[in-house]
Design a protein around this ligand. Structure first.
Ligand SMILES: C[S@@+](CC[C@H](N)C(=O)[O-])C[C@H]1O[C@@H](n2cnc3c(N)ncnc32)[C@H](O)[C@@H]1O
Length: 228
């Protein structure tokens, strides 16, 4: 039976031109590992699988709250690639603590609060390969009741959006993205800075040598009970 995709919204179409350019080096390459935080109905995921992660050995790890009915739509929309997708459900600031291995591409499009953005970027950055690409969605987004013209129409422009964000910084992803970029200054090259921000990692996170743990001064039964 033919695979029929079913989406209720399209947040993704305006990104296609930039993503095609930013991610060109990964298109069709074997073994590309991509991590996406915020998958919803699978629009960005299906675009990645059809256009970049096209090699049978390339994979997509998704992190989302997995709320119904969006998770069922995600599963239906991504069915042809299900053997190359892993979905981890729950709040990302908990679930991301378990990520393993390194990624070539990371896309952050989940919790839009400054705190949420910082958690997602800080928890994933060490797992991004040097040379890998991190993309943030919605750099100039605000909730509709705070955005110029409700976020669409002639009142919305990059300038009016920036002015509104300056009045409501705690409601804007930009606050979290700017904080992360400032903290990681010198560790990345900026490759896109429009409605989305894209950076290429240029430097590994400094790793401290792991010393042997000092012998515990607590009785063995107590540390065992504490650790479970
Ligand atoms: C804007 S949608 C993602 C759209 C998707 N990238 C696309 O292009 O179709 C945001 C998604 O982030 C998820 N989300 C929001 N907060 C989250 C959190 N704290 N942890 C994990 N996922 C979260 C929501 O469940 C929702 O599916």
């Amino acid at each position: 039976m033919d695979h029929i995709e079913n989406f209720t919204q399209d947040f993704f179409a305006p990104n296609v031109e930039n993503w095609t350019r930013w991610l060109a080096e990964y298109r069709g390459k074997p073994g590309v590992r991509c991590l996406e935080i915020g998958s919803f109905e699978g629009r960005s995921a299906t675009w990645l699988l059809k256009n970049i992660l096209t090699h049978e050995t390339s994979t997509l790890d998704c992190y989302d709250l997995c709320q119904s009915p969006w998770i069922e739509r995600f599963e239906a929309n991504t069915r042809p690639w299900r053997h190359r997708i892993r979905m981890r459900c729950g709040q990302s600031f908990w679930t991301l603590r378990e990520i393993e291995g390194e990624y070539d591409i990371i896309y952050i499009d989940a919790d839009h609060s400054p705190f949420g953005i910082m958690c997602d970027s800080v928890l994933t950055w060490p797992a991004l390969k040097v040379g890998g690409i991190l993309i943030f969605d919605d750099y100039l987004w605000l909730p509709a009741d705070l955005a110029p013209g409700g976020g669409t129409g002639p009142e919305w422009s990059y300038d009016t959006a920036r002015q509104a964000i300056a009045r409501h910084p705690m409601d804007a992803p930009k606050t979290g993205i700017d904080a992360f970029l400032a903290a990681m200054s010198g560790h990345y090259e900026l490759i896109g800075h429009e409605y989305q921000v894209a950076i290429r990692k240029t430097k590994a996170v400094p790793q401290k040598p792991q010393p042997e743990p000092a012998p515990s001064r607590w009785p063995a039964w107590l540390t065992k009970a504490f650790r479970g």
